[in-house]
Design a protein around this ligand. Sequence first.
Ligand code: FMN
Length: 264
Amino acid sequence: MEALYENIFRRKSTRNFNMDALDEASLLRVSDILHRAPNLFEGLDVHFHIIRDGSGFSEKATGIIGAYTKVKAPHFIVVTANTQSGFRQAVGYSIAHVILAMNDLGIATCITYPGVDKSVIEKHAQLEEEQEPVLFIAFGNPENPLELYPKADYYKRRPLKDIIIQGPVKRKYKFILEAVRLAPSSFNTQPWRFSVDGNRIHLMRVKLGFIKSKFFTSLNKIDMGIALAYMIIAMKSKGMKFKLVKQSIPHTDMEYMITIEIQE
Ligand SMILES: Cc1cc2nc3c(=O)[nH]c(=O)nc-3n(C[C@H](O)[C@H](O)[C@H](O)COP(=O)(O)O)c2cc1C
C-alpha cells in the first residue's frame, strides 16, 4: 500500500503515447496487477481484458463524445463487470488500484470511456457471459518520457475547503482528504464531498441537474469508487484501522455513498 500511496502524488493521465508495444515482461507485470486488483464488493468481481493491438482498436473504439475519448495507445485494458447494483463504484475502486500500480512500474495510463458498441469490443476481447464493458484503460509508454509524471503545478483540483462540506477535520486525518483530492475523475469533475464527524468520514457525491444527469451520473459513480479506493490506500499506508459502514444521511444536494469509521 505504501507504493500505491506514493503514486497518488505522481500519477497523471497520458494522452500522447509512443505507439511501440511494451516488452513482454512489462505486459506480464500488467497482467499480474490485473489479477491482483482488489474488489470492493464480494460477489461483484471486476474483470479485465488486455488488448495487445491497441492501434487498430483505438481507431474504432473511441470517439463518442468528441476528442475527449479519442486516445490512441499501443494497448488497452477493457474493464467489465456484471451490471448489478454498485457495479460502477466497484469498477472505480478496482481500477484505482490498477492505475496506481501501473504508474509504479513507470507505465503510462489514461482511463477512457468506451464510446462503442459491445460488438466492436468483442472482436478484440472475449468477454465472459453477463460482463458488460464499463471503461477502457489506455496504456503504454508516453511519447515524451518526461510527461509520465506530473510537474509540481499539474493538479487542477478543488481545494480542501471546497470538498469538505462539514468539519472540523482532525489534523491526523487530513492526509486522507489530501490524497483523495488528487484522484482522477471523469472530465475532472471531482464529484466527491466529505462530511466529517469526529472519526467518521461520510463520503457524498454531488447530485447533478436533470439535463446533465444520466451520462455524467454514471461516470461520477465510477469516480466515487476511485475516491473510496484512494482514501483506503492512504489509510492502509499508515496502518490505520477502519470500517466501512452504511448509514442513512439524507442531503438535498448530495447523494450519500458510505461512511469510513476510523478506529481511534
Ligand atoms: C471514469 C473516468 C472516465 C474518463 N474518461 C476519459 C476519456 O474518455 N478521455 C480522456 O481523455 N480522459 C478521460 N478520463 C481522464 C480524466 O479526464 C482525468 O483523470 C482528469 O482530467 C484528471 O487528470 P489526471 O488524470 O491527469 O490527474 C476519465 C477519467 C475517469 C475517472
